[in-house]
Design a protein around this ligand. Structure first.
Ligand SMILES: C[S@@+](CC[C@H](N)C(=O)[O-])C[C@H]1O[C@@H](n2cnc3c(N)ncnc32)[C@H](O)[C@@H]1O
Length: 546
């Protein structure tokens, strides 16, 4: 593993201002910077014509490289960029699966591969041409993370380098990949962790996470009643592609019927299995969800099982009447409408989803509301995301949806005080609990995001508590386990008010998932990918004192 490859010529930086950079400031319809992406590719392409490039390089590797470039230069999301590229280029089946694993796996494991590549080159990585670095990462993933034969991994990536970055770069890629291929993954992991100053840094490097995220995860594990020893398993789970999980929306389609549709209506070898925790969840393999009629019509959707579980638990916990003389002080979560004195009013018919876009939880909530004679208002600040909510609600009976509105959730508490029986705050968050499904996001997030988001989260939760009537229920949900976004937000908001009681969310989740679900001895709930197979969703349940 000794010896370093010399980088070719003077590196051309993506997004630079050299003469090779065409139209650097052009943006596409979505506002993504397109010129920079082209500059990274076009400025360093070989002389071969596009038709020749297509012949000499493999379409799946080409598309994976394009995804990496878009992600790097336009801040694009890989899972939004890849599917249309595959469609337009007619890449299907095994080739599409290969391209997907190559692109997503390379993005997830970028930190690990950079540590390895840096041992094989003669200069700091920030002085290696970004296009070439992407090619090296792609090659490293084929060699160390996929079951690609060594000669194919090297020669195909070198071919891609020749076509997309020129002959000099191809030689360099060849030299570096040959060095990488001389050791196994296990040997490389030992090498790159040798200088780590502590265990968390070692795990961060080997499991390809920024160190600050690994530290936050460790704190979250310990702070929610799990062991710090879970960290390795958790970080590994973040690097594993999640299974596709469907939600069968109650009253619209049963889980059994949904499974039947997969068996009867979808060609190929698609299979399903019930989810582990949520009675609405169905795990799908071997099929594109869009091929399933119930998904196309909106009776079902793609939704992480953790998201389903927290939504079902939120909807199941009872509200209490707001009549002052009723004995509500000290009432636990076990109270039901049946415990109320005759004639006490306990409406549970107007629900608010405060941060609804793109509408996964709103659609599940609305289908539950429809079954119970309630209706929802779905609020979302971003107009384009509000339109997605409308689409997600398409199959829900009209009388279960009062309206979809565009608005700042922080204003709702002031504008409509006490107007709702239930309010869900599925807060904008860092998404650190869903790293496995957003391959690039761990490299984009910064500790500064946490501070910005927690201010917003506190304001949204405060607004929700004002918008719910006395006796009504508020659910606070994040797809991040970061303690600052979960426990500390709730603590801060509750410190400023005496009209809120904390409910037993763990009991509510057990009511839905069964007693077997492993939960810490706490009232709030933290799910984990390595324990529950879900995203790391957090749920706190609160009730306005009646
Ligand atoms: C975690 S996502 C919600 C996911 C959604 N509940 C679902 O299950 O599909 C948070 C949403 O909050 C929205 N948001 C951010 N700031 C907001 C605000 N001030 N008021 C309302 N919504 C906001 C974001 O645009 C984003 O769509």
């Amino acid at each position: 593993m000794s010896g370093e490859a010399r980088t070719p010529g003077s590196p051309q930086r993506g997004g630079g201002t050299g003469p090779d950079r065409p139209g650097g400031d052009r943006r596409d319809a979505q506002g993504r910077e397109r010129g920079a992406a082209r500059a990274r590719g076009a400025g360093q392409r070989s002389e071969s014509a596009p038709s020749q490039r297509a012949k000499v390089t493999d379409p799946a590797r080409n598309v994976a490289f394009d995804v990496l470039q878009e992600v790097a230069s336009s801040d694009a999301y890989a899972n939004l960029v890849l599917p249309p590229l595959l469609r337009v280029r007619g890449i299907r089946g095994r080739d599409a699966a290969f391209a997907t694993e190559l692109a997503y796996g390379t993005l997830r494991l970028r930190g690990r591969y950079d540590a390895i590549v840096s041992r094989c080159v003669d200069r700091p990585l920030d002085q290696v041409d970004p296009n070439v670095l992407d090619l090296l990462r792609l090659g490293a993933h084929q060699l160390l993370g996929m079951r690609v034969a060594q000669h194919a991994a090297v020669s195909e990536t070198v071919g891609l380098a020749r076509a997309r970055a020129g002959a000099g770069s191809a030689q360099f890629v060849n030299a570096v990949l040959r060095k990488i291929s001389r050791s196994t993954l296990e040997e490389w992991l030992e090498v790159i962790s040798a200088d780590a100053p502590d265990d968390v840094t070692r795990l961060a490097i080997t499991q390809s996470h920024p160190v600050w995220i690994a530290r936050a995860m460790r704190e979250a594990l310990v702070g929610t009643g799990r062991s710090a020893d879970d960290l390795a398993e958790l970080l590994e789970a973040d690097n594993t592609a999640p299974r596709v999980t469907l939600v069968a929306r109650p009253g619209l389609v049963s889980r059994e019927r949904l499974a039947g549709e997969v068996t009867h209506d979808v060609r190929g070898d698609a299979t399903t299995a019930p989810g582990r925790w949520a009675p609405t969840a169905l795990v799908l393999s071997g099929s594109d969800p869009a091929a399933i009629p119930a998904v196309r019509h909106g009776a079902a959707g793609v939704q992480d099982e953790g998201s389903q579980l927290v939504t079902l638990a939120f909807a199941a916990v009872p509200t209490l009447p707001s009549v002052p003389e009723l004995p509500t002080a000290g009432a636990g979560t076990g109270a039901t409408a049946g415990d109320l004195p005759d004639g006490a009013a306990n409406p549970d018919e107007r629900w608010l989803d405060l941060c609804a876009g793109p509408g996964g939880k709103a659609a599940l909530l609305a289908s539950l509301a429809g079954e119970q004679g309630a209706r929802i208002v779905a609020n979302e600040v971003a107009p384009h995301r509000a339109r997605l909510v409308e689409q997600a609600l398409a199959a829900v009976p009209a009388d279960a949806v009062e309206r979809v509105q565009v608005g700042d959730g922080r204003r709702v508490g002031v504008e409509e005080p006490g107007a709702y029986d239930r309010v869900l705050v599925d807060a904008p968050c860092t998404g650190l609990g869903a790293l496995r499904r957003r391959p690039e996001s761990r490299w984009r997030r910064t500790p500064g995001d946490v501070a910005t988001l927690t201010t917003l989260q506190r304001e949204l939760l405060g607004s929700a508590l004002d918008a719910v009537r006395p006796g009504g229920v508020v659910g606070y949900v994040t797809c991040s386990p970061h303690l600052a976004e979960t426990q500390l937000v709730v603590k801060d908001v509750l410190a400023g008010r005496d009209d809120v009681e904390v409910l037993d969310a763990a009991a509510a989740v057990r009511q839905v998932a069964g007693d077997d679900i492993p939960l810490a001895d706490r009232t709030d709930v933290q799910l984990w990918p390595h324990v529950h197979g879900t995203d790391a969703m957090h749920l706190t349940l609160l009730r306005r004192r009646a």
